[in-house]
Design a protein around this ligand. Structure first.
Ligand code: MTE
Ligand code: HPA
Ligand code: MOS
Length: 755
């Protein structure tokens, strides 16, 4: 069964409800945050007088007004909700203005004065590391013995690779709406991927138990990781004000506030060293990752871990040493972003392979292909792989006639001097599960009403990825009823407790399995009830397309009748399902285990054309083969591939975050931060669904699809690089993403120093 996204009608009519569409209650007040104008320093004086005196300003809060703990750090308690005496990034919340309108709140923020004794500002992770400024202790993944192995390598190459951050740019900015409830409770609508994280921190800040905090989330206008942890602050601000003022308080951020005050994808600067034998087998690999974490840990330590997990991408390398530093800088705390550190690690190994290929006069694809991971190979973190890497690669080569593509490009490049084409291959391998084992659990609540309709609640948050549609499909499939009979409820901490955030691409697997478990239990009870009514054995009963069958033949009893009669017999028609991924474990004292339920594979071929006078370029085609397992919704999954790919291309080519030396964000609006539009997507996009059926823990064997396709975008970087090299073989272009047209132009006309 596959169905259209259940939100498509309300989306196209503009009827879908986002935070800002919730009708406000009379008397609602509006919040706005005053963020530090300085990236690092000590607060000497905070002058709220002029702002407080403004007409329509109700009250201004500081850390002194926090009744519980002034702390919202997710992994490490290093992030105050409101600054006390130290500020450590530009935009760090210092005061919270609450006014009768959003306009007044914003105007009042501008009237706040602050004196700050400025301290040294560090924005570069390598500088931070050299001064010992780390957010958490370094991590090291190791397999084999790279030191010894390098000595036996025929070829060894070293270099530096850098990737910049990325602004999430969800269409709906961060926001929340808090409504005080009776008996010291509070209800908060929050645009969050993690309702439980919001609930937990809100309870701690307000100094009340979690059972008094109800978080409700209908859907997000995009999250992309930016609302996994960083939706919390805004919701807690609203709650804090609502708590004191006993009035509803709303805050829906202006785009420029959101861009300035929230963290982004972690930029990385990395060193690599790669060693190969004469057959182009990679024998040894070393990488050192300097992650720009920003001013607080946020999710950076977990992101860092995933960089290590994915530092060899899709390749088997017997000797690897990978070291990673999470560096504390004076930038907004960086955070989760689609791929969660994986892309940053994969870029570095791809750079190492490109460097080796150029030096050896072979194509990168020769090295890539020879080193693809095989089933049974062990990755540096100890997991033995079940691999689809070669299947995806080989299928792409044959399906897309890659030899002919290469020939065409060679002919084009030989006959054109002002335009050059480039081609690249990008295999991907992405582990599915939260790397923190305990997070791999989920719950679902299923009610079958006496009229045969079904209501479903899960911990899954719909953010455009189509998870609600998949949840509905699971229930409809298990019961074998029409999808119209199933309705999803909002994600709510009073219905589903202790949820993991919707993240790690694992939402459909975890919550879907919980739905399946709950539905199967209800189904068992219904079948027993049917057997009793029809006077037969339970094993003879089957429910198919809303009809009760006995030994495969219609019994005359319908789903609706069975439900009603079961209710009349006092059969329990509700169930709460709990699922925890079996078989996964990881021991981080030795950095070994089996952390992933399974891996997702794929291979993309990218071709580009560079205008060698202007440095501008077009992406001619991306042709890819993706391992979907057995997709349960091809339309939604195709959408995830398209969106992920384009987001990856944006990160790799045009999205350029610029902070100045003072730690001020210069690319702070859509006029200075360019994201892909319809003109910058590939002119041709082929997606081949590779059906794989190796046993896995995906829901209905439909593999997770949310994050992996982003990493196909890395291929565009290397295709562009190859086009530049076709124009200027001695170009000193380095490995520094994004590959903006400016960088292409410099690369086209740069010369490598003869070493
Ligand atoms: N797709 C849309 N449309 N909007 C989003 O915010 N987030 C991505 C991905 N696809 C996102 C998206 C990220 S970062 C993740 S982790 C997954 O969806 C989360 O959803 P899933 O676990 O259901 O795949
Ligand atoms: N992915 C996404 N989010 C996470 C993870 C992960 O592996 N671990 C903790 N939060
Ligand atoms: Mo996605 S970065 O795990 O929210």
């Amino acid at each position: 069964m596959s169905i259209r996204n259940i939100d498509s009608f309300t989306h196209t009519r503009g009827e879908s409800i986002y935070l800002d569409d919730i009708p406000v209650i009379a008397g609602t007040l509006y919040a706005a945050v005053f963020g530090s104008p300085v990236a690092h320093g000590r607060i000497l004086k905070l002058d709220l007088a002029e702002a407080s005196a403004m007409e329509g300003v109700v009250r201004i809060f500081t850390y002194k007004d926090v009744p519980g703990k002034n702390q919202i750090g997710g992994i490490v308690p290093d992030e105050p909700l409101l600054a006390e005496d130290i500020v450590d990034f530009n935009g760090m919340p210092v005061a919270l203005v609450v006014a009768e309108s959003q306009e007044i709140a914003h105007a009042a923020v501008k009237k706040i004065r602050i004196d700050i004794e400025q301290h040294e500002i560090i924005t570069d992770p390598r500088v931070a590391q050299s001064k010992g400024q780390l957010l958490v202790p370094p991590r090291k993944f190791k397999i084999g013995d790279s030191d010894t192995a390098f000595k036996q390598c025929r070829f060894v190459f070293e270099g530096i690779a850098e990737t910049n951050g990325q602004e999430h740019l969800y269409i709906e900015t961060q926001g929340a709406y808090a409504v005080p409830a009776e008996n010291n409770a509070i209800k908060v609508y929050s645009s969050t991927q993690g309702p439980t994280a919001v609930q937990k921190h809100m309870a701690a800040v307000l100094g009340i138990p979690m059972h008094r905090v109800e978080i409700d989330t209908t859907r997000l206008g995009g999250g992309f990781g930016g609302k996994e942890d960083q939706a919390t602050a805004w919701a807690v601000f609203c709650a804090l004000a609502a708590w004191h003022l006993k009035k509803p308080v709303k805050y829906s951020l202006h785009r420029m506030e959101d861009m300035r005050m929230t963290g982004k994808r972690n930029p990385y600067s990395s060193d690599f060293k790669i060693g190969l034998d004469e057959h182009l087998k990679i024998i040894a690999y070393e990488a050192t990752f300097y992650q720009n974490g920003g001013a607080a840990a946020d999710l950076s330590p977990a992101v860092l871990e995933r960089t290590l997990f994915h530092c060899t991408n899709s390749y088997y390398i017997p000797n690897v040493t990978a070291t990673a530093y999470s560096c504390k800088t004076n930038l907004p705390p960086n955070t989760a972003f689609r791929g969660f550190g994986g892309p940053q690690g994969m870029f570095v190994i791809e750079a190492a392979i490109a460097k080796a290929a150029e030096a050896l006069g072979v194509t990168a694809s020769e090295i890539q292909q020879k080193n693809l991971v095989k089933t049974g190979d062990e990755f540096p973190y100890g997991q033995k792989m079940v691999s689809e890497a070669a299947e995806c690669w080989d299928k792409a080569i044959s399906l897309y006639d890659v030899q002919e593509l290469k020939n065409d490009i060679a002919v084009f490049n030989a006959s054109n001097s002002l335009y050059k084409k480039g081609i690249s291959f990008m295999p991907i391998c992405f582990g599915i599960s939260f790397t923190k084992i305990l997070m791999n659990q989920a719950r679902a609540l299923v009610h079958v009403y006496m009229d045969g309709s079904v209501n479903l609640s899960t911990g899954a948050v719909e953010m455009g990825q189509g998870v609600n549609t998949k949840m509905l499909q699971v229930a409809a499939t298990v019961f074998s009823i029409s999808p119209d009979k199933v309705k999803l409820s909002s994600t709510n901490t009073y219905r589903i407790a202790n949820t993991s955030p919707s993240a790690a691409s694992a939402t459909a697997d975890l919550n879907g399995k919980a739905v399946q478990i709950a539905c199967e239990q209800i189904l068992e009870r219904l079948k027993a009830s049917a057997a009793e009514q029809l006077n037969c054995n339970v094993s003879a009963i089957e429910i198919k397309e809303e009809a009760v069958l006995v030994n495969g033949r219609p019994s005359g009893l319908s789903w609706n009748e069975l439900v009603l009669s079961s209710y009349l017999k006092r059969v329990n028609l509700s169930e709460h399902g709990h699922y925890a991924t079996p078989g996964i474990h990881f021991d981080n004292t030795i950095e070994k285990g089996h952390p992933f339920a399974y891996h997702v594979y794929g291979s993309a071929v990218t071709t580009v054309t560079v205008d060698c006078i202007r440095g501008t370029y077009e992406i001619d085609a991306v042709k890819l083969v993706h391992d979907f397992g057995t997709t349960m919704n091809p339309l939604i999954d195709r959408g995830q591939i398209e969106g992920g790919l384009v987001q990856g291309i944006g990160w790799m080519t045009m999205e350029e975050i610029v902070f100045d030396a003072e730690g001020r964000l210069r690319s702070n609006a859509l006029s200075t931060y360019k994201v892909p539009d319809i003109y910058s997507v590939p002119k041709e996009l082929d997606i081949h669904f590779l059906e794989t059926s190796n046993d896995n823990l995906a829901i209905f064997r439909s593999k997770a699809v949310g994050e992996p396709p982003l990493m196909y975008g890395i291929g565009t970087y290397f295709a562009l690089r190859n086009a530049v090299k076709a124009f200027n073989p001695s170009s000193d272009i380095g490995f520094s993403a994004p590959m903006t047209p400016e960088k292409v132009l410099m690369g086209l006309y740069s010369k490598k120093e003869n070493k």
